[in-house]
Design a binder for this molecule. Structure first.
Ligand code: ASP
Length: 291
């Protein structure tokens, strides 16, 4: 293990409901967190580690992102994702992307291969195609309801997201978030996840990934609000508590994971539960869904 400080946290969404069994997702989150720990300890970049963790969660079908996404009100899946590289304040995002397996990697490519931050809809799909990203041949077969989500939930307030934040041994921070959004959302609806400063943020002080009903996170500028509060002297937990209190005040709930430049990790939620896992140099992997 490296002596240099590193830290990693991920979430599998704050839409978890008590009484449901998330043990398979918890097992998966533990594996991903151990993998992130090993890679960070051997010098991997935070940006690569958060992209990889989110990509694996998209592929798993265990969370409401990538393969686990549900159709919008028009009957098809639209995906949102974003990624931010703290040290250079670079960001990439996709919104309303259809039938691409890994929106998070398309978001990273937008960041690295275009002068833009966000591509949406048909343009995002065209870009993903031109860049050779894997497309889903048969969406009906590919997309699956994640564990812990029942058929009856579809069309209700069910939602979920995946996200990851990391501090690497060079002191660099990064954040990534990906979602299928809220079940039965209107066609073309964009949540907080692809909006830099709402669902995702990373700079040289802090990396943040949010989950919850996105409209409230947009209305509070949640991820950037956490960063500014930390910059103004708040502790990470105080900053998150205040933002979640503002969200509660508006009638929403959800969760926020964040890491600061000292390696402090916070995974805080005010919904029923949030699938989450974390690790730092102490080497103890923490995994939980409820309190
Ligand atoms: N924030 C996501 C959205 O509104 C959903 C979630 O995090 O559960 O699209």
């Amino acid at each position: 293990m490296s002596n240099k400080r590193f830290a990693f946290a991920l979430h599998g969404g704050a839409g978890a409901r008590s009484g449901r069994d998330y043990s398979v997702a918890e097992y998966h989150m533990r594996e991903l967190t151990e993998n992130a720990r090993d890679r960070l300890a051997s010098g991997a970049r935070a940006l690569d580690v958060v992209e990889y963790a989110v990509l694996q969660m998209e592929n798993s079908g265990l969370y409401v992102a990538g393969r686990g996404s549900a159709p919008n009100s028009a009957g098809y899946v639209e995906l949102d994702a974003s990624i931010m590289d703290g040290p250079v304040s670079a960001a990439g995002a996709v919104a309303c992307l259809r039938n691409v397996a890994n929106p998070i990697s398309v978001a990273r490519r937008v960041m690295e291969a275009t002068p833009h931050v966000m591509l949406s809809g048909a343009g995002a799909l065209e870009f993903a195609r031109a860049q050779g990203f894997e497309e889903i041949d048969d969406p009906r077969k590919y997309y699956t309801l994640p564990i812990g989500v029942n058929k009856d939930d579809v069309g209700g307030q069910t939602h979920g997201t995946v996200g990851a934040v990391a501090l690497d041994t060079n002191g660099e921070l990064a954040a990534a978030t990906s979602t299928g959004g809220t079940f039965g959302k209107l066609e073309g609806r964009v949540g907080d996840t692809p909006i830099i400063g709402a669902g995702t943020w990373a700079d040289s002080n802090v990396a943040v990934s949010c989950t919850g009903t996105g409209e409230f996170f947009i209305r509070t500028g949640a991820a950037l609000a956490v960063a500014y509060k930390v910059k103004a002297g708040a502790s990470l937990s105080q900053a998150i508590d205040e933002v979640l209190a503002d969200i509660r005040h508006l009638g929403g709930d959800g969760g926020i994971i964040a890491i600061d430049a000292t390696g402090r990790i916070e995974t805080i939620y005010n919904s029923e539960g949030m699938k989450r896992a974390s690790v730092d140099n102490s080497n103890t992997v923490f995994v939980a869904t409820f309190d």
